[in-house]
Design a protein around this ligand. Structure first.
Ligand code: GDP
Length: 445
């Protein structure tokens, strides 16, 4: 996410940070580079202009140039301006009404609307314990209603039974009735998409909005379409009262133009970001965290949140206890590999942790990648329980047996042993530095 923009800005700021004193010309030069970076990221011109003007004005201020760390201060100013551009505060769903709260989903075909409907349903159910009903009003696209039913089965969220031939407004009425009678907390209405914004689509959407009076009308747009996404949002916003935007495919969006211009141009908050095809690949859009990611400062909060959701608490406690005793064996290493894979692999982790971007590049160069995690796991799987607990037992003969058993080479086995030693040493160091607080210190936190 935002990789290109992040790299560009990272370069500008590395140069600034490296210098002691800054004068006005230095700051103006840096801001010119920021401007180019934003334009290359496909951010709308008026938004770039306002951004750069505001940030420059603050950055050439006397107190910044006189401060002992002017470079850092300029980075902070750009960070704050980014947060503001992204909408300042996280904007959550407003579901505080007598149930059922109704969320209407709108958007063009292929934007990821149906997938996002299921993602939101899943999230509301899992994180807020809501009883959710989904209904597809898409009678245009063949099999659209079946697609939602399938997603409902996958996420274990109820869907409205399909009645062939029924029209969107009538389906909406039936869904509201069912949600009320059956005590659902939230009703998600997935409306039909079209290839382009057209009159028929808009009429249908307005009619559904009128009968259902939704608390939320969320527009789903594809972030990869850049400024087109922003224009679509403007168009839809003129016809219905959008309460928020969901930007999909942010996982593949290296530029970020749609995300960065959306709020300023449409005035609508981005509420969620779709970050993958899987049904849990949806994140609340938090401007501060996104700005932190763009500036390579890492999204530590996001990382911790994800870890807390995915990582098995018992396993984590066990590991912490072992670490406290200075023990870290091959089984622990395997647990670590598996948790890394569960958390989305090295790439996902690298994007979230401060300083990890560079580490990831180094890992790529040395052949350390997600496949390797799986290979290493297989090697550990070929060890006997004794060998796992006491890696020092691993002599040449045993290594050959393990390599054969896992379909890897002795070199790979040696690589793993080295990695284990390094991790064990790092764990000891962390313990000496006072546990996780020490770890945070290592990352400059
Ligand atoms: P709809 O026509 O708007 O309802 O679009 P769908 O929900 O059917 O999605 C179209 C395709 O986009 C599907 O293959 C989805 O898996 C994919 N998709 C949706 N959201 C995301 C996302 O956030 N990231 C990625 N990588 N793919 C997505």
């Amino acid at each position: 996410m935002f990789d290109k923009l992040s790299d560009r800005l990272g370069g500008v700021f590395d140069r600034l940070r490296g210098r002691g004193a800054l004068n006005e010309a230095d700051v103006r030069e840096a801001m010119r580079e920021v401007r180019v970076a934003l334009l290359e990221a496909d951010v709308a011109l008026p938004v770039v202009r306002e951004f750069v003007d505001k940030a420059t004005e603050k950055a050439v201020g006397q107190s910044v140039l006189k401060s002992v760390t002017p470079g850092q201060q300029v980075v902070k100013i750009v960070n704050d301006a980014l947060v503001e551009m992204l909408g300042a505060e996280q904007s959550d769903l407003n579901l505080a009404v007598a149930p059922p709260a109704i969320i209407m989903m709108v958007g063009l075909q292929g934007s990821g609307k149906t997938t996002t409907t299921a993602k939101i349903a899943k999230m509301l159910k899992a994180k807020q314990g809501k009883k959710v009903l989904m209904a597809s009003l898409d009678v245009n696209r063949p099999a659209a209603q079946e697609q939602l039913a399938t997603l409902g089965t996958q996420t274990e969220v109820a869907t409205l039974p399909i009645v062939q031939g029924q029209q969107p407004v009538d389906i909406a009425k039936r869904a509201m009735q069912a949600a009320k009678l059956q005590g659902f907390d939230v009703l998600l209405l997935d409306t039909a998409g079209r290839l382009h914004v057209d009159q028929q689509l808009m009429d249908e959407m307005q009619a559904v909005a009128k009968v259902s009076a939704p608390q939320e009308i969320l527009l789903v747009v594809d972030s990869l379409t850049g400024q087109d996404a922003v224009n679509v949002a403007k168009n839809f916003g003129e016809r219905v009262d959008l309460t928020g935007i969901v930007l999909t495919r942010m996982d593949g969006d290296a530029r970020g133009g749609a995300a960065l211009s959306m709020r300023a141009i449409t005035g609508k908050p981005i509420k969620f970001a779709g970050v993958g095809e899987k049904l849990d690949a949806l994140e609340a859009f938090n401007p501060e965290r996104v700005a932190g990611r763009i500036l390579g400062m890492g999204d530590v909060v996001g990382l911790v949140e994800r870890a807390a959701e995915i990582v098995d608490k018992d396993e984590a406690d066990k590991l912490a206890a072992k670490m406290a005793k200075g023990q870290f064996d091959m089984d622990d290493l395997r647990t670590q590999f598996r948790q890394m894979t569960k958390m989305g692999g090295l790439g996902a982790l690298a994007g979230m942790m401060p300083g990890m971007k560079k580490a990831k590049a180094a890992m790529d160069a040395s052949g350390m990648n997600d496949k390797l995690l799986i290979h290493m796991d297989a090697i550990i799987g070929s060890m006997t329980p004794k060998e796992r607990a006491k890696p020092e037992l691993l002599n040449a003969k045993r290594k050959i047996r393990i390599a054969k058993g896992s379909g890897m080479t002795v070199q790979d086995v040696n690589k793993l042993i080295k990695m284990h030693q390094e991790m064990a040493t790092a764990m000891k160091r962390i313990r000496k530095m006072g546990g996780l607080k020490g770890l945070a210190a290592m990352f400059g936190g």
